[in-house]
Design a binder for this molecule. Structure first.
Ligand SMILES: Cc1cc2nc3c(=O)[nH]c(=O)nc-3n(C[C@H](O)[C@H](O)[C@H](O)COP(=O)(O)O)c2cc1C
Length: 177
């Protein structure tokens, strides 16, 4: 079986998960931008950071996949909002429906991981975006906030790291399955 780990990451937390999985499984790893042809692989493991609900590089990568019949597809999202929260999971999955064909979505095993943020490292554009979101959100009643809103409030202007590499064990089991 020809396996590949592909990742979409800007600040490195998603890359940390992807690299650790590559180390533990000895599967080749590549950033989505450098991928040659996704059709060369039978098992495709995609790690993508969440940005404004979308998974970085996901649509672009899977758009090129032609015949998925005999493929094994694993997708892991990495975001700040709590992946144990059912509403968060529902929001992420609704967004996946926009980014992936029904065929790919039905076939994929999906996992949700937690990343981190360091405001000192954010680009000017991202810092501005988060500041605008924070200002919009902070006056909302808590019961009206989405898990993403709560994550923005709790982590604003901070450095937080929720990366938990033990969470890769479920993905390893799925690869071996
Ligand atoms: C502009 C911006 C938008 C974001 N949007 C979301 C989001 O919609 N949902 C979420 O859970 N996290 C969101 N995050 C947090 C990132 O997903 C989180 O920092 C992740 O760990 C980044 O991965 P990376 O370090 O691999 O780039 C956002 C962060 C930024 C800077």
């Amino acid at each position: 079986m020809n396996k590949i780990i592909i990742y979409g990451s800007i600040y490195g937390t998603t890359k940390m998960y992807a690299e650790e999985l590559a180390k533990e499984t000895k599967i080749s790893i590549i950033p989505f931008k450098n991928l040659d042809d996704i059709n060369n692989y039978d098992t495709i493991i995609y790690f993508g950071a969440l940005y404004a609900g979308g998974v970085l590089g996901l649509a672009k990568t899977f758009k090129k996949l032609k015949d998925i019949k005999d493929k094994k597809i694993i997708i892991a999202t990495v975001g700040l909002a709590d992946p144990k929260d059912e509403i968060n999971i529902t929001n992420i999955r609704n967004n996946l429906k926009v980014q992936l064909s029904k065929e790919v979505l039905d076939k994929a095993k999906i996992f949700h991981l937690r990343g981190g943020i360091d405001y000192e490292n954010l680009s000017f554009a991202h810092k501005t975006m988060m500041t605008l979101l924070y200002k919009k959100t902070k006056h909302m009643k808590e019961e009206r906030m989405t898990p993403e809103d709560k994550a923005i409030i709790a982590t604003y202007n901070k450095k937080v790291n929720f990366v938990d590499l033990n969470k890769l064990n479920d993905i390893i089991k799925e690869i071996e399955n």
